[in-house]
Ligand binder design. Structure first.
Ligand code: GLU
Length: 492
């Protein structure tokens, strides 16, 4: 059902590389927009210049491009609401801050850093005392100073901020698509700074002004913003604007419980930044499929979704409110299916940079052969190399259990005889290495396995892997013969 009025935004602050959690937020916004035939807007919330990171915006945009989350409006796509970078939206926010003051919903505060420090220090235990209805009367602001004094201070150029005037007691309610009715007691909400002394808006002010001006219908964002929402609701009310519909996505939890911190993620081998997933060789579609399920439950057994199926099936009603554990094995499982769906050529293209980075020299043709052999055995494309190094270099050890089980008294002689035969063959391909092996087995009156197993061990160092004849052919004649002789030297 197309609904022109659906407009959602992904509004990251460029304070660092894009996290995987941020990508999930972008994805849910994207799916919701596409499902309803609405617009997906990218807005860069860069008013906090202290935390601004130069490369962050480019990183966000390239993450969206890599995963194919196309934006309808944004700094690159343009649109009816340009500019989409808050730092370029000029004095806009100041006039709304002023309007809030005029409406009695905000006030000027002149407190110095020392005075604020003293306020904080009043909290003995945790050292936090809020600037709110219970404390603002002790401070220097337009609610405690006379209007003349306020005017004088402003005219004299004293620093001031604009703070939200949160009522002393009141229930602030809003409805959330995921959580139902959410209530906060005003006493839990502090008098948020909306405009800083340098005239720049804080996130809160800029965010609601732009959501309104950009006609955002649904605000879909992480749970960490839930406690900011009552502040936003108060501003919408004071400005006489209808608030958007809110949907706060569940937290992403560590597999061990608790919110997934960067430290835990590093310790558990979970990539943190979208860029790291790309570098680790995940398929962008696989990552999106996995993230779609990290909080959304399709209500069926289906776990693998094409792009279109995902859009079709997605709904905010089926997003849960409680935290979801990040399951790396699940991601790898999902990704594996996307690797299987690649053409051999596409897989070889993915693997080529890994091969080059490792300094291996392999022709494109041989690389395609290798990819074809192990495609069904890897979960992430680079594993073609990292899990199968024997294609590229001689093994320097032999799997112990394999040797125990498979390396017999007669193995050495059989392998030497096999190597000798292989020296003579002209075209070293899957068929000839097989024929030679079977002929030798017949001649020696042994089962083929008596040569196959030691040959695999000698050439790959392992007792398992893709079909042995294909493996030998892919490794190549000289390397096979050299490795067989080396194994006989070492294993007897
Ligand atoms: N700029 C905020 C962030 O970095 C946006 C939060 C929101 O979506 O309102 O996530």
């Amino acid at each position: 059902m197309a609904d022109d009025s659906v407009r959602v935004r992904f509004a990251p602050s460029p304070t660092g590389l894009l996290h995987v959690g941020g990508l999930r937020t972008a994805l849910y916004n994207y799916l919701f927009a596409r499902k309803h035939g609405g617009d997906f807007v990218l807005r860069i919330e860069d008013t906090d210049r202290d935390r601004y990171v130069e490369e962050a915006e480019e990183d966000i945009i390239s993450a969206l491009r890599w995963t194919g989350l196309d934006t309808d409006e944004g700094p690159e796509a343009g649109g009816d609401h340009t500019p989409y970078r808050q730092s370029e939206r000029g004095d806009l926010y100041r006039s709304y801050a002023q309007k809030l003051v005029d409406e009695g919903a905000a006030y000027y505060a002149f407190d110095t850093e020392e005075e604020l420090e003293a306020l904080r220090a009043r909290g003995e235990g945790d050292g936090t005392v809020a600037y709110d209805a219970s404390t603002r009367r002790d401070m220097r602001n337009s609610l405690t100073l006379s209007p003349e004094k306020v005017e004088r201070k402003i005219n004299e150029g004293h620093d001031y901020v604009v703070r939200l005037k949160v009522p002393r007691s009141r229930t602030i309610q809003f409805s959330d698509k995921i959580r139902g009715t959410v209530s906060f007691d005003a006493s839990e909400v502090d008098d948020q700074v909306l405009l800083k002394s340098d005239g720049m808006p804080t996130y809160h002010l800029a965010n609601i002004v732009d959501d309104h001006l950009m006609e955002i219908s649904h605000v879909i964002r992480g749970e960490e913003w839930l406690s900011s929402t009552p502040k936003h609701v108060l501003m919408y009310e004071a400005l006489g604007w209808d608030p958007p519909t809110f949907a706060h996505l569940p937290l992403i939890m560590s597999p061990e419980g608790g919110k997934l911190s960067k430290r835990d993620a590093n310790r558990l081998g979970i990539p943190v930044y979208v860029k790291d997933y790309k570098e680790a060789g995940y398929e962008p579609e696989g990552l999106l499929n996995f993230l779609a399920l990290l909080g959304w439950n399709p209500g069926t057994e289906q776990e693998l979704f094409t792009h279109d199926e995902m859009i079709e099936a997605f709904s905010l009603e089926r997003v849960g409110a409680s935290g979801v554990q990040f399951d790396l094995d699940k991601l790898r499982w999902v990704n594996e299916h996307y690797v299987r769906d690649l053409s051999v050529d596409a897989l070889a293209d993915r693997v080529r940079p890994v091969v080059d980075a490792e300094g291996y020299e392999v022709s494109d043709e041989r690389l395609r052969t290798i990819c074809g052999l192990v495609q069904e055995r890897v979960q992430v494309a680079p594993e073609v190399v990292t899990d199968n190094r024997y294609f590229f270099e001689d093994p320097d050890e032999y799997e112990e259990a394999g040797v125990e089980k498979r390396w017999k008294e007669a193995s050495g002689d059989l392998l030497l005889a096999y190597a000798e035969r292989l020296e003579e063959v002209e075209t070293f391909d899957t068929d000839t290495v097989e024929t030679e092996l079977r002929d030798l087995a017949d001649e020696e009156d042994v089962g083929a396995g008596a040569i196959i197993h030691p040959a695999r061990l000698a050439v790959s160092g392992r007792s398992y892997g893709p079909g042995v004849f294909g493996l030998l052919a892919a490794v190549g004649k000289d390397a096979c013969i050299r490795r067989m002789r080396a194994a006989v030297d070492r294993l007897g």
